[in-house]
Design a protein around this ligand. Sequence first.
Ligand code: HAM
Length: 420
Amino acid sequence: MANLKFQRPKGMHDLTPLDWEYFQKIFNVVSNIAKINNFERIETPILEKRELFERGVGETTEIVEKEMYCLKTKGGDELCLRPEGTAPVVRAYFENGFSEFPQPVKLWYFGPFFRHETPQAGRYRQFWQFGFEILGEKDYILDAQIILISLEILKELKIEDFILKINSIGNTCCRGYFKKGLVHYLKKRKGGLCQNCKIRLEKNPLRILDCKDEKCRQIVSQGPQILDYLCEECKNHFFKVLDTLEFLEIPFELEPFLVRGLDYYTNTVFEIQEKQSNLALISGGRYDGLGKIIANKDLPGVGAAGGVERIAEILKEKKIFLPKEKFPKIFVAQIGELGKKWALKICQQLRENKIEIFESLGKDSLKAQLRLADKIKAKYVILIGQKEALQESAILKDMETGKQKEIKFEKIVKEIKKLL
Ligand code: HAM
């Protein structure tokens, strides 16, 4: 490995066929849950205008400040590899005239995202997310619905060791009061904050609540809590969400310092974290101000996104899902020029009839071909030699019993169908 001239970029990985089995499993569960909940699929471009994220996610967030992959096109456009999916979906809502559709509009997506983070377990620079967004209606029940759908995905995947953490960060108005209270409290303790948080205190004090530094966490934990600052309307909204979770018997933990690393959130924010690692598997919240920022129009919204790699890791580690070894039962072997051509034709005919087969048409040695048939544990071998090809027939051999018989080419599909 170390001698390879080209290696994959740091923090990025190849999705091998085995990885893809896990991704496919997650995709199937997510797409099925999306379908039964009336979500329709949307996929936005991998590249978007830099400003969309600067304004949508927030200029002073870690994501925008430090983690975006940006480029300038020959035409002078400043574009970025999308670090997240909500701002693009809101942009797409307006650009495609979704406001004309019956509201709310329910959309889902599944694709790669990019953040230039320090790579570590469960944190990559290219990672996949699935996401759900409900746009165009503000009702507490939709927040609960998004949480319910997120939990349903984990339940369907048989993942159990997680915890739902939830908080409300109010609207811009009550958050303003909280910010003031927080800054007042933190300014007196500025000396104890890490270097980054000293800057955050001026630029975006709420981000201090996200800081992983132990000393900052200690200071924050004794400071003011946003829940005490919520206005009547925001308090009501949040209590109704919590009340619905209780009604649905969904266990949750109130996490008063959960603010999430994106500036667009209002009211409910939540994370479903793996218990052992505290890594967020699915996270989201309400973002009623994002429409105004992106298109100068009001658009309430709520959604969540899940990390596909993080979930796939759990399925793999805990052996919850084991991809089936799906070796085809039938191997087509050939000898000689004419045999090879007929083998290609017969393979095609079988495949057109949805019969899965294995072949190694590039090999001339019958011994090598049969060794392969053995390796993949083929139950039957269809052998087409020079003589058989001239007679337009093949030898069908049962590899378990050793019994063999001749079949005319025109009857091969029918005969094989009978065996399967
Ligand atoms: P987020 O929390 O930044 O939210 O990302 C959503 C999920 O993506 C996380 O819970 C985590 O599982 C996964 N994730 C994030 N960063 C990485 C990484 N570097 N490597 C691997 N997995 C990662 C959002 O992106 C919001 N757009 C979610 C949302 C949708 N809010 C409302 N609607």
